[in-house]
Design a binder for this molecule. Structure first.
Ligand code: PLP
Length: 425
């Protein structure tokens, strides 16, 4: 790992801590992904769905959390099946985990069969043309790696129509069909009382039962919590693994995974009546102390969470207390009203918390005007990224002299003037 220079292990030896601090100083923010929390969430979902197999959806770079790191950690924890969106994502995951089954959700394109075979992953077939093209490839190449068939039960996005699904039943009954999974996708799983749930369940149950001997899968994160009838042979959680609440109408059963901290780059005092930020939309109603932090909308912290004289925006935790954002969020900077903190509680160089310590992905989503999924997948790549837990992360260590035999060469020490902030891993 650590092919990405911004990837820094937190389980470092003491000798590496100074290096790490210096490396982090090159960034305005630090994003910490707790792999142990992801594993704990996966185990919880697995337990909830037992006896169904629990896979993991790690598309979009594992919802912004890092597909390589997440697939490695979950694979060690016992996860045997992963779902990604594209062949390119599958390639990255296959490089990280040699064993598990990988399905590519995005559908099959003509003449790409050899790419699937090369990395041993399986397409999720979404219509009869795709199936015919895949069959041609398998027949010509002799490849028997398998494919999933996706049946549409109401999303009207991807998947065979029911009539088309019916049309391939004879092939299933004939045996030796190469179909390793039959699946569909829920439209409104997070709404317990949506009539769509029961409707899709009935439709899927009926068609899946005709795919004799083929494992079936319907539930995403929220679908798992709709109960045993939705769980079939395999469940496909994504968002819940990363801490998004799969049961929005009740308390979040999942552990938080992502923490985002940013550095205070300046403290300033302004007079009553002065405005803050672009457009001057926020006016100080008293002599005000501001902390300016080095994160902005270019880091995935949506501008929609800005505040103005009429509306309070999102909160940021400074010195242990929630403080309001003052004015518009800029591309790289945010001003926070810290007037209510004790004097000197916050100083230049201190870190503040934008996500974590009780500020959840779902709370931010509310301020951003979106859902937790988009908060996670928008997480920027300008932060330093720190992974903790998971055992998947090799210790952050500069090898002792003479102990480096057989190890990959380590990058130059970061205190060298022009060196990038990369660290051996
Ligand atoms: C993204 C996706 C999932 C995972 O959904 P979550 O709501 O994130 O759990 C499952 N199945 C399919 C087909 C998907 O596209």
């Amino acid at each position: 790992m650590a092919s990405d220079p911004k990837t820094i292990s937190q389980s470092g030896l003491p000798s590496a801590e100074a290096n790490q601090a210096a490396a982090l100083a090159a960034y305005g923010g630090v994003l910490t992904v707790d792999l142990d929390a992801i594993i704990a969430n996966w185990r919880k979902l697995e337990k909830t769905a037992v006896p169904a197999e629990c896979s993991a959806v790690i598309k979009a770079d594992a919802y912004g959390c890092g597909a390589e790191q997440v697939s490695r950690a979950l694979s060690k924890a016992g996860c045997r099946t992963f779902f990604v969106a594209t062949l390119e994502e599958a390639r990255k995951v296959r490089a990280a985990v040699p064993e598990p089954t990988i399905y590519v959700l995005g559908g099959y394109f003509q003449n790409t069969g050899e790419h699937y075979a090369k990395i041993n992953c399986r397409p999720v077939i979404g219509d009869l043309n795709e199936l015919a093209e895949w069959d041609v490839f398998c027949r010509r190449s002799g490849w028997t790696g398998g494919a999933a068939v996706h049946i549409d039960t109401g999303m009207n996005r991807l998947g065979l129509t029911l009539a088309d699904a019916q049309a391939i039943i004879p092939r299933i009954n004939a045996g030796d069909h190469g179909i390793t999974l039959v699946m569909s996708h829920l439209v409104s799983a997070e709404q317990l009382n949506s009539p769509m749930n029961a409707k899709q369940l009935a439709t899927f149950r009926s068609i899946a039962s005709e795919f004799t001997g083929v494992p079936a899968a319907l539930a995403n994160s929220s679908g798992i919590f709709l109960g045993a009838p939705f769980q079939f042979d395999l469940v496909r959680p994504g968002a819940a693994l990363y801490g998004v609440n799969p049961t929005p109408e009740a308390d979040n059963p999942m552990q938080p995974v992502v923490e985002l901290k940013a550095r205070i780059v300046q403290i300033r005092n302004i007079e009553r009546g002065e405005s803050v930020g672009y457009g001057g939309t926020w006016t100080a109603r008293r002599p005000t102390k501001l902390a300016i932090i080095a994160v902005g909308y270019a880091d995935g912290y949506f501008r929609a969470a800005s505040s103005n004289d009429g509306t309070r925006g999102a909160d940021v935790i400074v010195a242990g207390k929630r403080c309001p954002i003052a004015g518009r969020i800029s591309m790289d900077l945010i001003a926070i009203d810290i007037t209510d903190l004790p004097p000197n509680a916050a100083r230049r160089g201190h870190m503040v918390t934008l996500l974590g310590d009780g500020i959840t992905v779902d709370e931010l989503a509310h301020h951003f005007g979106t859902i937790g999924y988009e908060v996670l997948t928008s997480l920027g790549h300008r932060y330093a990224r720190v992974y903790k837990g998971g055992d998947a992360v090799e210790p952050l260590a500069r090898p002792e002299p003479g102990s480096s035999a057989g190890q990959p060469p380590s990058p130059p020490p970061i205190e060298q003037p022009a060196a990038p902030p990369s660290l051996p891993s």
